[in-house]
Design a protein around this ligand. Sequence first.
Ligand SMILES: NC(=O)c1ccc[n+]([C@@H]2O[C@H](COP(=O)([O-])OP(=O)(O)OC[C@H]3O[C@@H](n4cnc5c(N)ncnc54)[C@H](OP(=O)(O)O)[C@@H]3O)[C@@H](O)[C@H]2O)c1
Length: 430
Amino acid sequence: MNKPLRVGVAGLGTVGGGVLQLLNRHGALIAHRCGREIRVTAVSARHKGRDRGIALDGIAWHDDAMALASDANVDVVVELIGGADGIAAELVEAALNAGKSVVTGNKALIARHGPRLAALAEKKAVALRFEAAVAGGIPVVKALSEGLAGNSLSRIYGILNGTCNYILTEMEYTGRAFADVLAEAQQLGYAEADPSFDVDGIDTAHKLAILASVAFGTPLDFESIFIEGIRQVTPLDIEFAAELGYRIKLIGIATHGEKGLLQRVHPCLVAADKAIAAVNGVFNAVVAEGDFVGQTVYQGRGAGAGPTASAVAADLIDIAQGHIHAVLSPPVAGAGKTRNLAMDGYEGRYYVRLSVDDQPGVIAEIAAALRDEAVSMEELLQRPNGSGHPVSFVMTTHAVAEAKMMRALARIARLPFIAEKPEVIRIETF
Ligand SMILES: NC(=O)c1ccc[n+]([C@@H]2O[C@H](COP(=O)([O-])OP(=O)(O)OC[C@H]3O[C@@H](n4cnc5c(N)ncnc54)[C@H](OP(=O)(O)O)[C@@H]3O)[C@@H](O)[C@H]2O)c1
């Protein structure tokens, strides 16, 4: 058998602990599969004395994670600390500079610094792999970069954040408000103490930026993504959506064509009979569409020790087998430019919920604002809220340019009988 692949793991939390457990349990199986042992030779975390429920006998401990980059007994550094900057970024850069391959689950790091780090990995002819960074246990980076490599991909979209999907699912099933469900998710450990990365759509956008670059071969570009989170979605919206035949999901969507690349993250109304509408709780799903293959759907657990360790192990096995191909496809060195499209140029259908003081002429004034921007209404639902309270009513529109829709809404929001800021959710016809 060939020499073992010697691995240094930085970070022994949820994911790092899971990786050690997986390699421990499946050491023989993996050695058989890739023709060589994958052996953890060194680790680093903040607190040496912490009981992690994993055996660290015979493994070197480094108080300073940076030492892994220069450890002569480490061939591959696995970065599972997290954060776009700081120690994680420094370690990955130092390891690549030292000619070591790197595996990471750090989507923030790849979304922010991917192109620079990928160029460094290419220059040093080592691997930089990040399967665990997108959709946890779902092998979607591999599916896109290898399984669908013969296709021209036009669209990729997915439910990429388990926390948001859990919150929206719970809101739907229990009728409770966002803040209430978020507080429960925090208690259960499904949401961070500071939930903004998740609920404001940033985490989904990090993953979408990576997916789009892998799928389309376009330069990774996080900054140009249009991002809206789920804080403003109410149980009433979920109810109205159901009445209209839709469910509400936070989805990251990237489309690529002759005009350029549009990347957007926002809550969407999706028809209840679509595959992605049936993805509940903490599950993730990704849909990729190619010209020869048609639509492909991938679903599974997007987070947690087991699924994420599964993805890290797959990357390590690839490296152990000598697969050190370009990180982002095509290689960063040869990547062309792409025009990034702004949301203004987007055209789609909309769900709009208005809360209005019931008085004569309301509908006529709203209709006038829509007419002047050539927005055509498709359906209208109204719900009385009891005497003296504003009336909720909801309309859906036919396809219209985002800029026109937003102008019409700005005018509607200024009408004297509008009791609350109008709620707008885009309708996706996948
Ligand atoms: N959790 C998931 O389900 C999941 C899914 C996909 C991707 N990821 C990504 O995987 C990465 C790790 O996430 P996680 O959930 O495993 O995080 P975590 O449970 O918070 O673990 C972080 C680990 O990093 C260690 N650490 C922190 N600062 C350090 C430093 N300066 N030097 C050395 N070690 C340091 C901590 O040490 P101590 O234990 O001693 O405090 C801890 O072991 C993140 O990039 C995350 O985005 C996580």
